[in-house]
Design a binder for this molecule. Structure first.
Ligand SMILES: [Zn+2]
Length: 327
């Protein structure tokens, strides 16, 4: 387990089409300062302030997770990129994007992870704060749920169920280190059913979707000629999505995420549960040997954002900048 924060060694860039907008965008990931977290900058809107990748910026979770700055400059479909950064142990980075949607690449986090691995991480001096769950935090809705259970490491278990002969029920479960994230989760692609894709298109969505960036399923089976990358690729992609969404907590998690038939909206609801129950978790940092000590409890702010009468966590940069790792 890292005891100090990390950023990337040098800038990297990507270009590609947005899944929903169908628009081409260029994305650059630059090294970030200590305690700054992941911040998005809309480089096509020079006046727009940076948007921290943080749950209080979430504005839409219907098909993908969208965050926005105070002046409403949107950044949509953040989940696969954030999963890649979070999964590879990158704490601080600036993401410059010259459009409103993160390129979908091949529908997975694989292309991001491949490049992040190649460029490597740079260790920084600030301690790495982790959000440790001490008591179950859960959100239920119908037959869907998302939970975080206490766990000494970081583990994800995702169950999905679809009424299709190819899927039915799939469960993926794994304890994830950056290496295992890269091998087992990063490459799992987004998926959709052909009839639903057609409906989305009619309503002006999924305009950039193709067999190049999504697994498409019809009544007979997989439409993509190359087939699947994993037999349980669908459940693995759910793991990718929940990791990318929960990255918006702003801290790496120590806990076991368990989901059943969940989507972005459920993930956001779980984060709100977590923010509202500070007695169930704390923030810790590791000493060199991996031994933990409880250091500081995050201060909750009751930010009343319009009609959202919710408590939100303070962004890590405000809460922890300059905090010594060990008193
Ligand atoms: Zn996804």
């Amino acid at each position: 387990m890292d005891s100090l924060q990390h950023t990337i060694k040098r800038p990297v860039s990507f270009a590609g089409i947005g899944l929903h907008s169908g628009k081409i965008a260029t994305l650059a990931i630059l090294p970030g300062e200590e305690n700054s977290g992941i911040r998005f900058v809309r480089s096509d809107l020079p006046e727009a302030p940076p948007t921290p990748a943080f749950m209080n910026r979430i504005v839409d979770t219907r098909l993908a997770t969208t965050i926005a700055t105070e002046d409403e400059a949107m950044i949509s479909t953040t989940e696969h990129l954030l999963a890649a950064l979070f999964g590879m142990g990158i704490d601080n980075a600036v993401v410059e994007l010259d459009g409103a949607e993160v390129p979908i690449m091949d529908g997975s986090a694989g292309p991001f992870v491949h490049v992040l691995k190649k460029v490597g991480r740079r260790q920084q001096n600030a301690c790495k704060w982790m959000l440790r769950v001490n008591k179950e935090i859960s959100y239920f809705e119908g037959d869907s749920f998302v939970k975080i259970l206490p766990y000494k490491g970081f583990k994800v278990t995702c169950e999905i169920e679809f009424n299709h002969h190819l899927i039915r029920k799939q469960v993926f479960s794994s304890e994830l280190t950056p290496q295992k994230f890269a091998q087992e989760v990063a490459g799992a692609r987004t998926f959709g059913f052909l009839d639903q894709v057609e409906k989305l298109r009619q309503s002006g969505l999924a305009l950039g979707g193709s067999l190049e960036n999504a697994v498409v399923i019809d009544d007979d089976g997989i439409v993509n000629a190359e087939g699947l990358r994993f037999v349980d690729e669908f459940a693995r992609h759910k793991a990718l999505d929940v990791i990318g969404d929960l990255a918006l907590l702003g801290f790496p998690l120590l806990g076991h995420i368990v989901t059943k038939k969940s989507g972005h909206t459920h993930h956001f609801s779980l984060m709100k549960q977590l923010a509202a129950q500070p007695e169930r978790w704390d923030l810790i940092a590791y000493e060199e040997e991996g031994e933990s000590r409880v250091l500081e409890k995050v201060v909750l702010s009751t930010k009343e954002a319009g009609d959202k009468l919710l408590s939100y966590l303070l962004p890590p940069s405000i809460a922890l900048a300059g905090q010594p790792c060990f008193a």
